[in-house]
Ligand binder design. Structure first.
Ligand code: FES
Length: 346
């Protein structure tokens, strides 16, 4: 291991989350939620647990992990929902360079991120607020995949398309805007319709939902594409779902914009997020939700993680006795795992 790897490997998941939080004021609004969401999509504690597991395949099965959860398989793409993604090649090059010259293992993680971001910002001639989030993500990616793998990916990214090709300010303002309900919109109540955007790089990366409808229900009505062919978890629309009752953890999503236009987190969603292991912030309207529980009262922009699982009890040991409501899923294995995760014995 290089001195730089020794340095970044000193920090645990909490240190990273605290560092990311302390950097938020310095991160441009376009990537503020996105950065925090990314750190929750790729939890360091889960990565370490799986690395240490006696039989990784068995553990993955025990945690009913489905989909693409490892950063090593998506070094250049896991962050494609960030504005800063377009600078990835420069971020990767600068981090690699820094890893070669680093010699101060007592350095401060947050300063290190800021310094690297500043150097890249000068090189690509944009404000460093657009680089801090993606630089922090770059360092965490290096932590999880190791320097060799990190260096070996080609770092190429696609040219930004759709809304993602606009300026950061235009993206932020578009996310905040609600759909017009027409001239007589003020008379509408239940029949108001909102847009849920799930891919800002595609013109058609969106679907409509009714006012006060759960995000997952709106997603299921959109049959415009063969979702199953794109992701084996997507039997009913672009968002993977199983139980629709906060029992399986399949439908977790990040909220890039419009979190304040969703219903408050109810106690069942709150408890179950802990069971699943998803690190949902304690706020009433956080940026990490279950799509089968969150109801929309305005336009929202979401990001769908490429995997799901149930690992809270084993990884974070923060699951107390949780009353388990009957799961409606047909997956017996899933029911067993959730029952295990919510029992009192570890
Ligand atoms: S579909 Fe099972 S938790 Fe949402």
């Amino acid at each position: 291991m290089t001195r730089f790897e020794n340095f970044i490997n000193k920090f645990n998941e909490n240190d990273w989350l605290k560092t990311a939080e302390s950097l938020l004021p310095a991160i441009h609004a376009v990537d503020r939620n996105a950065t925090q969401i990314w750190f929750r999509f790729y939890p360091l504690s889960l990565h370490k647990y799986l690395q240490m597991a006696e039989d990784k395949a068995v553990t993955i099965q025990k945690f009913v992990i489905q989909g693409k959860f490892e950063l090593k398989d998506q070094i250049d793409s896991s962050h494609d929902f960030l504005y800063g993604h377009r600078f990835w090649k420069d971020v990767k090059d600068e981090i690699t360079k820094r890893a070669g010259s680093f010699n101060d293992e007592t350095a401060d993680l947050s300063n290190e991120i800021k310094q690297i971001a500043k150097t890249i910002a000068a090189k690509v001639k944009v404000d460093e607020s657009l680089l801090i989030g993606i630089t922090a993500i770059g360092l965490m990616t290096l932590t999880q995949v190791g320097l060799e793998e990190f260096k070996n990916s080609d770092g190429e990214t696609k040219k930004p398309q759709g809304l993602m090709s606009k300026s950061p300010e235009q993206i932020v303002s578009q996310r905040a805007k609600d759909d017009s309900q027409g001239i007589l919109g003020f008379l509408k109540t239940v029949n108001k319709e909102w847009t849920v955007r799930y891919d800002e790089s595609k013109e058609n990366g969106k679907f409509k939902i009714m006012n006060d409808e759960e995000i997952a229900s709106g997603a299921a009505r959109d049959q415009s594409q063969n979702w199953l062919a794109q992701d084996a978890r997507c039997g009913e629309g672009v968002i993977p779902v199983e139980c629709r009752s906060a029992a399986c953890g399949t439908c977790w999503i990040g909220i890039l914009g419009g979190a304040e236009k969703l219903s408050d987190v109810a106690s069942r969603e709150r408890k179950q997020m802990k069971v699943f292991g998803y690190n949902q912030p304690e706020d009433a309207k956080p940026f990490l939700r279950l799509a089968c529980q969150a109801r929309a009262h305005g336009t929202v922009t979401i990001v769908i993680p490429p995997w799901n699982g149930v690992f809270g009890k084993k990884i974070y040991a923060n699951v107390e006795s949780v009353e388990l409501e009957p799961a409606t899923t047909s997956a017996a294995k899933l029911r067993e795992t959730i029952a295990d995760a919510t029992s009192n014995s570890k």
